[in-house]
Write a protein that binds this ligand. Sequence first.
Ligand code: B12
Length: 147
Amino acid sequence: MVNPGKHGAGEQTTSSDKKIRVLVAKPGLDGHDRGAKVVARALRDAGMEVIYTGLRQTPEMIAEAALQEDVDVVGLSILSGAHMALAPRIMELLKANGQTRVRVFIGGIVPDEDIPRLMELGISGVYGPGASTEDIVKDIRNSISEK
Ligand code: B12
């Protein structure tokens, strides 16, 4: 089953004035875009700069956009079940581009048993249906303040 809620960073907040830049991306072939849009809106409302890629992006397109947009965070929304193919490739490409400081978060349909492997890859948090957008905002802020 999918994990509701967060599997990520702790509880403190940052007081940095610089706006956190986030790329919200939809890799793969699924057309479920509500979650990505809800999260993008919540992050914007929380004062972050959000770039939304739109649907059906390849890992290469996402890594290139992350580089060009100089983002602090990449947020992947995947409801197709292809996260175990897409996430490792995206992490590999970010690393190849020298973007090891970019934090990566995943939301969508992710079975519990896949979460440890995703965390091992360096994913900062995994969120399923019903996840609170307040938690997502807080976890992203915390992950940046810990850099
Ligand atoms: C609505 C819906 C649709 C709509 C999509 C409308 C749209 N424009 O998004 C329609 C009817 C088009 C649709 C179609 C299909 N769907 Co559908 N759909 C759903 C449903 C019922 C709800 C998804 C939703 O919008 N939830 C509301 C949003 C707000 O929640 P969310 O996306 O989960 O996002 C939250 C978290 O996941 C997380 N999150 C999400 N993204 C991100 C990103 C970041 C950065 C972060 C931090 C967090 C985060 O935070 C969000 C807020 O809590 C789910 C079942 C479910 N309970 O999830 C099935 C579901 C996703 N669909 C499914 C399937 C199979 C399909 C179809 C293949 C069915 C078919 N045979 O045609 C098609 C595929 C269409 C396509 N082109 O891809 C399956 C996927 C199975 C899987 N992956 O294992 C599900 C799980 C249903 C099921 N139980 O089988 N679907």
